[in-house]
Design a protein around this ligand. Structure first.
Ligand code: SF4
Length: 345
């Protein structure tokens, strides 16, 4: 994959601006009208805990401990989970890194469709930046229905860039409180995260994601008129759309017909929180079969086809760091099973 131009850009231009939506309107999709769909929403985890679609971070948390992920949405009791200083520092470093390559423009959004229009306009802007020769873009929204398995996922890629040898790379950025190699379990979780980003992005550039899938899963109306500020901003950057459906058509078309390739390689860069030192970059192998298998298992839970699972005995060390450990039903069940096995020996 060869970048359109090898010029590097160091200064911000008009296209180096990304939008951030203000005053988002909440979606009305959770209204309970007594219908079959409303009943389904009350019982299926995908609707019970989320809005009928997932974020990549849900899948990452699920790969760590599914039960713990469920407890973050439905705590088993009065458990206070506080954001650690390390997490706050990581979020600040992420933001600083994002602002190295673009500025943020606040824009008023008046509907749920407008909020998605912001994501689409940013995606269009970033693809345009890459096509014009910019070497790297950051915070790229991706979304789709991986492997057509009926679950829609949205996420944000940290960075896409052309390497010196012309490869189109995805870089995920992790910060650490020590210069140590992450545990195997951590690396597995990170591998699933970047693999899922690749699957979603590649499906967009291959034209596999259909407009109908987006509208169905997000429950957005294609005829919804876009807000004034969104229309105005679109005009200024050469996108003349007045409805959400028009903008969606344009974004999908642009992704599928751009000369941006599928992602060639995946990397995770680790930075030390004390001095921002980039102390390790690890490549991640993408395995399509493995990804399909893993996601299939995770999706079964979201669709209500199987019960929630906690960690297996080999990974019980995770429970030691879990805020829900004292109240965890999975853990209590496993401990009871072990006790019973010991008694019957
Ligand atoms: Fe998962 Fe263990 Fe926490 Fe239970 S105690 S939620 S099994 S990590």
């Amino acid at each position: 994959s060869i970048p359109p131009s090898q010029e590097s850009q160091t200064s911000l231009t008009d296209s180096d601006l990304l939008l951030v939506g203000l005053h988002e309107e909440s979606s009305s999709e959770s209204k309970d009208d007594g219908s079959y769909a409303a009943k389904k929403r009350r019982t299926v985890p995908l609707y019970l805990y989320r809005w009928g679609y997932l974020c990549v971070t849900d899948i990452c948390s699920q790969s760590w401990c599914e039960q713990q992920m469920v407890y973050t949405y439905a705590p088993p009791g009065d458990v206070e989970v506080v954001e650690s200083a390390q997490m706050k520092k990581g979020a600040t470093m992420h933001k600083e890194r994002e602002l190295e390559v673009h500025d943020i423009v606040p824009i008023k959004v008046t509907s749920a469709e407008d909020s998605w229009a912001v994501k689409l306009l940013n995606m269009i802007a970033q693809v345009t930046m890459l096509q014009r020769g910019q070497q790297c873009v950051r915070e790229i929204h991706v979304f789709g229905e991986p492997f057509d398995m009926g679950i829609f996922i949205v996420g944000v890629i940290d960075e896409l860039r052309y390497s010196d040898n012309g490869h189109f790379e995805l870089l995920d950025f992790k910060t650490r409180g020590s210069k140590s190699v992450p545990s195997k379990a951590q690396q597995r979780k990170e591998g699933i995260q970047v693999g899922l980003y690749k699957r979603l992005f590649d499906d967009l550039v291959l034209g596999k994601l259909k407009k109908e899938s987006i509208l169905k899963h997000l429950k957005r109306s294609p005829d919804k008129p876009l807000g004034e500020e969104i229309i105005e901003y679109g005009k200024n950057v050469g996108i003349a759309c007045t409805t959400f459906g028009e903008l969606l058509d344009m974004a999908l078309l642009l992704m599928a017909h751009s000369d941006i390739p599928c992602i060639d390689s995946l990397k995770i860069e680790y930075r030390y929180q004390d001095d921002d030192d980039s102390f390790m970059t690890k490549p991640v192998e993408y395995n399509d079969k493995m990804m399909r298998r893993e996601l299939g298992h995770y999706f079964d839970f979201w669709k209500g086809d199987r019960e929630v699972e906690g960690v297996q005995i080999e990974e019980a060390w995770k429970c030691g760091k879990c805020p829900y450990a004292d109240l965890c039903e999975w853990r209590q069940k496993k401990e009871a099973e072990i006790q019973s096995q010991l008694l019957h020996k």
